[in-house]
Design a protein around this ligand. Structure first.
Ligand code: SF4
Length: 395
């Protein structure tokens, strides 16, 4: 197979990690845990030609278990957890002050861009780790404790639509005592390779369910895979938590749906003393659109309070680690699939996720609390200088 893939969002060549993962699967020396991003199930559904309204999640889970993983967990779980943490952070900034606009922080392509080209915006970023890193931290702490294992006994493989996620997982701040929260990140394409090598065809398997306690995800969390989805999930929960009288009905925040590069919506929220506030929300996807948008903010042509940023046009369904397709409408099909999954779901609100509620009750105690800050939040570095030095060096 291919040895390396070129990252579409940076000049880095990302390494294929199939061999290491295969070795772990074959040796069975460690406890093997896998977690799957929202955009993986939609990509596999298209790869295996599932009907547009067929939810492929159960087949994907069965396929991963057949590959030999001991625990199959859902990154949608930690997308819901992100909503709890990021929603609380937004509400706190509205009540107590803080940098605005607040930017989402789940896309490492965007984080890299801020650190390298817009370091002055670091404080505008949410301090929340991405869902990948949140579930990584929870697996090596809360879950490890639950099964009486040491963090180093667990190998956690994260399946992502994204090559930039590989670099994210390797950041030194995402390891504790030399043990990384994520051991390997494989792309959807690499997962397809593993399935082929091991002769596992998920389409032929019976549906299976995710493992507990990190296997429940809402369809709001699943929407993280498409542009506008983080915003939609955040608005759903923030409107209810702050007690907005007439919250926007589920699926009706249409202004943030669709594939346009820059979208905007007004979202009513309440402050803690009961005052109505209008949150000016924007959703931007694609590197060129992000630059255009930031320019407008800088020139004060537009003003926003909360902005979702995704480096890939259309969001993670169109990520650089997704299978190549000759179908020009593939991104639209995946997007429609996301919306259909949301419509068909019974759990559509992040704060109603019982696994997330359980995690707070047993372990974290409260969103943005002490332990949450330690495990689920991060900081950003100014890397603009390093880039300048590098280009001087190259001259
Ligand atoms: Fe990765 Fe692209 Fe998704 Fe960002 S938008 S997390 S770069 S796949």
């Amino acid at each position: 197979g291919q040895c390396s893939q070129v990252c579409p969002v940076g000049a880095i060549t990302e390494r294929n990690e199939c061999i290491e993962v295969l070795r772990q699967l074959d040796s069975k020396k460690k406890i093997l845990v896998v977690s799957t991003a929202p955009a993986i199930r939609t990509a596999l559904a298209e790869e295996f030609n599932a009907e547009p309204d067929f939810d492929f999640t159960g087949k994907m889970v069965a396929g991963l278990r057949k590959l030999g993983f001991d625990y199959v967990f859902d990154t949608n779980f930690s997308a819901d957890l992100t909503i709890m943490e990021e929603g609380t952070e937004l509400i706190n900034r509205l009540n107590e002050g803080g940098k605005f606009p607040m930017f989402t922080s789940c896309c490492p392509g965007w984080i890299n861009m801020v650190e390298k080209s817009y370091p002055e915006l670091r404080e505008n970023l949410s301090t929340c780790k991405s869902p990948q890193q949140m579930i990584g931290a929870v697996i090596k702490s809360y879950f490890a404790k639950k099964i009486n294992a040491k963090p180093e006994d667990i190998i956690h493989v994260s399946v992502m639509p994204c090559t930039a996620k590989k670099g994210e997982a390797k950041r030194p701040e995402f390891a504790k005592n030399g043990v990384p929260d994520i051991d390997h990140v494989i792309t959807t394409r690499e997962l397809m390779t593993l399935l082929k090598l091991k002769k596992v065809n998920p389409a032929e398997l019976q549906n299976e369910k995710y493992d507990s306690p990190l296997g429940t995800g809402s369809s709001a969390g699943n929407l993280f895979g498409v542009t506008g989805g983080v915003m939609e999930a955040a608005v759903r929960t923030a409107q209810i938590i702050t007690g907005v009288e007439n919250p926007i009905p589920l699926g009706e925040l249409k202004a943030v749906r669709g594939l346009e590069g820059i979208k905007a919506a007004n979202v009513p929220l309440k402050t803690k003393d009961g005052k109505d506030v209008n949150v000016r929300a924007a959703v931007v996807s694609g590197g060129a659109n992000i630059q255009k948008f930031l320019e407008k903010i800088k020139n004060k042509e537009v003003e926003f309070d909360f902005v979702e940023m995704m480096m890939c046009p259309g969001g993670c369904i169109n990520g650089g680690g997704q299978p190549k397709s000759a179908d020009p409408s593939i991104v639209i099909k995946k997007m429609e699939r996301m919306y259909t999954m949301d419509k068909q779901a019974t759990l559509r609100l992040s704060h109603e996720n019982q696994d997330v509620q359980q995690l707070y009750k047993e372990f974290l105690k409260e969103p943005n609390g002490h332990l949450s800050h330690e495990l689920l939040h991060t900081h950003y570095n100014d890397r603009s200088k390093a880039i300048q030095d590098m280009s001087l060096h190259q001259k």
